[in-house]
Design a binder for this molecule. Sequence first.
Ligand SMILES: [Zn+2]
Length: 95
Amino acid sequence: MAVVAVQCPECGSREVVRYGRQANGEQRYRCNNVDCARRIFLLQYHHTGRLPEVKRQIVDMALNGSGIRDTARVLGVSSMTVMSTLKKKRQRCIR
Ligand SMILES: [Zn+2]
């Protein structure tokens, strides 16, 4: 049996447990680090807009003055993904 070391993509913690499955049967994981902003993640994402590094790029581009459609075109995600990511990050900043 091969052992796969799973790491949280947000905080890098190895305190990760298996946490059920997606509707398509893929394994879902949960980060047990209480300070982590992200709790549930997958090992491989099919949609690039779900990747933490793409979400980080969306915020970076917004801070550098790129518009929503600029960002969507450059990163290859939809403008709705850009908007919802920015809205979620904004909520986290207010709290
Ligand atoms: Zn984490």
